[in-house]
Ligand binder design. Structure first.
Ligand code: FMN
Length: 176
């Protein structure tokens, strides 16, 4: 497991790539370390067989996902952002499993969801419950936000809220 080199870590699970793209942009804006949540066997024959129905049922019944070990030690970061797609008005099963495994060691949690249209309120609540703590900041990006190009504005406002968790440190470093 690697040492923290930054104040922020962005962890994400993305199936079709939208959450990944936004998580990577956010990480770049924050100067954060970034880590995908990876399921075991997701690249092999078994993984390829996994369909949308299976993902949906996993989320709906909160079935635990079989995850690869984390690469970063979450307890060494000031804020850890966890990003997930919304599946069946739930957070994705891999993100929920990751939060149950690591949430207790996260000093400050921030949450981010990508959603077509609805279900994000329940998903965010579920993610906080899985982590066992409230989030210091939340952000939701819908398909409409992407179409109307307000996703960047939302993401930047979210990044500002996250940075504001550490006013003294950033003032000292002259990065605000
Ligand atoms: C299995 C499954 C279930 C979904 N359920 C919902 C839902 O309940 N509400 C919604 O607005 N979007 C739903 N979506 C759409 C995704 O939340 C949305 O497309 C998201 O941007 C996908 O993120 P990703 O590209 O990072 O995987 C669902 C998508 C999948 C694959």
């Amino acid at each position: 497991m690697s040492e923290a080199s930054n104040a922020f870590l962005v962890v994400y699970f993305s199936r079709s790539g939208r959450t990944r793209r936004i998580a990577e942009m956010l990480a770049s804006e924050l100067g954060a370390d970034v880590e995908p949540i990876c399921e075991r066997n997701s690249g092999g024959a078994q993984g390829r067989k996994r369909g949308y129905v299976r993902s949906l049922l996993d989320a709906w019944f909160e079935r635990p996902a079989d995850l690869l070990p984390a690469l970063h030690d979450v307890s060494r970061y000031d804020v850890v952002v966890v990003a997930s797609a919304v599946w069946a008005s739930h957070a994705s099963a891999p993100a929920v499993t990751w939060l149950k495994e690591h949430g207790g060691r996260i000093p400050r949690l921030a949450l981010f969801c990508c959603v077509r249209r609805r279900g994000h309120k329940q998903a965010l609540k579920q993610m906080m419950h899985a982590a066992g703590k409230p989030a210091v900041a939340c952000c939701v990006v819908t398909d409409r936000d992407v179409r109307t190009r307000v996703d960047g504005v939302k993401r930047q406002a979210f990044a500002r809220k996250i940075r504001h968790q550490l006013p003294d440190r950033f003032e000292k470093e002259g990065t605000m």
